[in-house]
Design a binder for this molecule. Structure first.
Ligand SMILES: Cc1cc2nc3c(=O)[nH]c(=O)nc-3n(C[C@H](O)[C@H](O)[C@H](O)COP(=O)(O)OP(=O)(O)OC[C@H]3O[C@@H](n4cnc5c(N)ncnc54)[C@H](O)[C@@H]3O)c2cc1C
Length: 470
């Protein structure tokens, strides 16, 4: 299927075809004239404005199968919406059909083997809530409102990455609806090639209706942010880099340039000040935590220090309120091995120029457990990188979009020559085929072969698209 053609095809979608489709569904079918349409089509990123012809709020696997078959038979563009958080808005489309999984939010914990079964429309807050009651956590990201679907299928970088690996490293299996409408299971024992591909290959291979994860014994951690004045940022960045490359897996912490929010509990004297920050998560014994952080606090006493014992779901949701749905987002990402003095000087230059109070730059550690998995063991191609970096322009006012987009591109371009070539697939925009290839690195060729086997017509192309070889 030619991805540019379906808009025209959608115009030929007849009312009678839709009326034949409707009784096949238990979930809601929403069309342009329906009252819920405007709300239903909204995405997390307000910069993206898409108008699908149909949105189906699926409630079960049968609904998903019906949607996939309907899209294929009517040659409609098909998008899959998990949490709707994707930067370039790949959870929706213009003119086609959206499989909206947000009504499929069931979770089942099996305490006998510490597994967590999660339906395809859950967000991470759902999983944290359900698993915390059993003293378990699944490695995810740094926010609780992000969808399990998109984050997992793209890899999943978060607070537990150094200790337990990427989210995909705790994935035991998936239930999927393929392009031909077949329902399959993929795991280490079944459809092994598909299981390899979905661990990093995004939504390219089908609709995942259920994920089975291994849960880990995490309840209360020692974590939270520390802030330092911008003048100390180069020293803090150097110190943090050395620490993260040499410390045991139990200690994680991501570096950021931020503007201190103008709200409590941030001290008034620092509100709206540009600072650098490290957001920590220590998963070792709580009794040892103060000793672990003593040298960190001694190296450069933080101006603001919120780190302490915290239930894991509270750490996961700490920044949700600061980044609600409906802001404008533009981001650029790359992987790095090491930041030398020249790179740190560039960070100092652009970090000091955050264009809006919501804009930020994050560097996430991906060494430790994530780095001990082989580059070819899953579709995620940068196991040999130590850091995933993302430059993020964010603001509620669309009038700032151009300015923050320019800053993000300039910052990214300045550091890019020091990068490993590609960026994290979940944190790139619509940047063209070469950037998608770069995101997968040496795994791209195998991904195209598996795509050709499971989705030869590229029905699932509303994503960071892997083209099937023909
Ligand atoms: C505020 C914010 C914070 C973030 N924090 C992190 C973080 O800490 N760590 C991290 O790794 N990433 C993070 N991300 C990036 C995030 O992983 C991606 O944006 C991801 O695409 C979001 O998944 P979603 O399900 O919410 O997205 P959606 O927009 O719903 O979907 C995105 C893509 O995933 C595919 N997809 C979603 N669900 C399914 C499914 N069930 N089956 C098949 N395909 C599916 C779709 O094809 C679509 O292309 C963050 C993003 C934002 C906006």
């Amino acid at each position: 299927m030619n991805p540019s053609a379906p808009a025209a095809m959608a115009a030929t979608l007849t009312e009678s075809a839709v009326e034949t489709f409707r009784p096949q569904l238990r979930g809601e079918l929403i069309q342009r004239n329906d009252a819920q349409y405007e709300q239903a089509r909204k995405l997390y990123n307000a910069m993206i404005d898409k108008h699908p012809a149909l949105i189906v709020r699926c409630v079960d696997v049968a609904d998903v199968i019906a949607c996939v078959n309907f899209a294929r038979e009517n040659q409609l563009t098909l998008a899959i919406r998990g949490g709707g958080h994707n930067g370039p808005g790949l959870g929706s489309c213009d003119d086609g059909i959206v499989i909206d999984l947000s009504r499929m939010r069931g979770i089942r914990i099996d305490p006998s083997n510490n597994t967590v079964r999660v339906e395809g429309g859950c967000v991470w807050g759902d999983v944290d809530h359900a698993s915390h009651a059993f003293g378990l956590a699944v490695p995810s990201g740094f926010l609780s409102s992000t969808g399990v679907g998109g984050l997992t299928l793209g890899g999943g970088i978060g607070y537990l990455t150094r200790k337990y690996g990427l989210t995909i490293d705790s994935l035991l299996g998936v239930d999927m609806v393929l392009a031909d409408g077949k329902f399959v299971h993929a795991s280490a024992d079944e459809n092994v090639d598909l299981f390899w591909a979905v661990r990093g290959g995004g939504g390219n291979f089908g609709v995942v209706t259920s994920f089975l994860f291994k849960g880990h014994p995490i309840h209360t951690v020692y974590g939270g942010p520390m802030f330092w004045p911008l003048e100390q940022a180069a020293d803090v960045l150097k110190y943090w880099q050395d620490l993260i490359l040499n410390t045991p897996d139990e200690l994680n912490g991501w570096f950021a340039f931020v503007t201190v929010p103008p709200v409590a509990p941030f001290p008034e004297k620092h509100q709206l000040e540009k600072m650098c920050a490290i957001v920590w998560c220590y998963t070792g014994p709580l009794a040892q935590a103060e000793a672990v952080f003593k040298p960190i606090r001694a190296f450069a006493p933080p101006a603001i220090d919120f780190a302490g014992p915290i239930p894991f779901p509270a750490l996961q949701s700490m920044f949700d309120a600061l980044y609600p749905s409906g802001l404008n987002w533009y981001w650029r990402a790359d992987f790095f091995n090491h930041y030398d003095d020249k790179a740190i000087a560039l960070h100092m230059k652009y970090g000091a120029q955050l264009p809006t109070a919501f804009s930020t730059m994050h560097i996430y550690p991906i060494n430790g457990a994530a780095g001990r998995v082989g580059n070819g063991d899953t579709a995620w191609g940068y196991r040999n990188a130590n850091f995933a970096q993302v430059v993020v322009g964010v603001d509620p006012d669309p009038a700032n979009n151009a300015r923050m987009g320019e800053w993000a591109k300039d910052y990214w371009l300045a550091l890019h020559p020091n990068s490993m070539g590609g960026g994290y697939v979940n944190m790139i925009m619509d940047e063209g085929e070469e950037r998608v290839k770069a995101a997968y690195g040496e795994n791209y060729a195998r991904l195209t072969q598996i795509k050709a086997k499971y989705d030869p017509e590229n029905l699932f192309h509303v994503n960071q698209n892997i083209h099937p070889t023909r």
